[in-house]
Write a protein that binds this ligand. Structure first.
Ligand code: T46
Length: 140
């Protein structure tokens, strides 16, 4: 699996630190939507889906969140636990997010508006898409 971590540029001075996330500069897609997930209990797991076309970038500035990434052939676990880097979640990756602490906030920028039809929530259907090469050439 290719490296999906993106390190962000930190603007630091005596007043503190600032990080900006710009479309096509800091993440390799145009941003249409942002959302965040919070007040999730420790050890709760969310996600359990892949996206057909949506590309996203995830980070957790407080607490920790474990992300299982699965491209249908390989699985890898990432931990998001700082404000300076995040995880690219391209379309075609099954993902599950486990909260390591209740304080963790999952922040997301996404390439499109919310469209329920873009979700594949059944793992067998996901594997079927992988076998058929559904995402070939489509992923960032
Ligand atoms: C993803 C992971 C990382 C909306 O109405 N608008 C939105 O923009 C979103 C993201 C969700 N919703 C509604 C749909 C559901 O009724 O919020 C409810 C919870 O969504 P879901 O169960 O899909 O939440 P997660 O945490 O499992 O997944 C979310 C995103 O939905 C998903 O795209 O990749 O975070």
């Amino acid at each position: 699996m290719k490296n999906l971590i993106i390190d962000l540029k930190v603007h630091e001075d005596s007043r503190g630190k600032l990080i900006a996330i710009e479309s096509m500069h800091d993440v390799p897609f145009s941003i249409k939507r942002t959302y965040y997930v919070f007040d999730t209990p420790e050890n709760e797991v969310r996600g359990f889906h892949a996206h057909k076309a949506l590309n996203q970038f995830l980070w957790s500035p407080t607490g920790g969140i474990e992300i299982l990434m699965d491209d249908g052939n390989e699985k890898k676990v990432y931990v998001l636990d700082n404000a300076k880097s995040g995880l690219l979640v391209p379309c075609g990756y099954w993902h599950e997010m486990k909260w390591l602490s209740k304080e963790a906030i999952l922040c997301v920028v996404a390439s499109d508006y919310y469209v329920e039809e873009d979700y594949i929530r059944n793992y067998e259907e996901f594997k079927d898409h992988v076998v058929r090469g559904y995402w070939h050439g489509n992923q960032i």
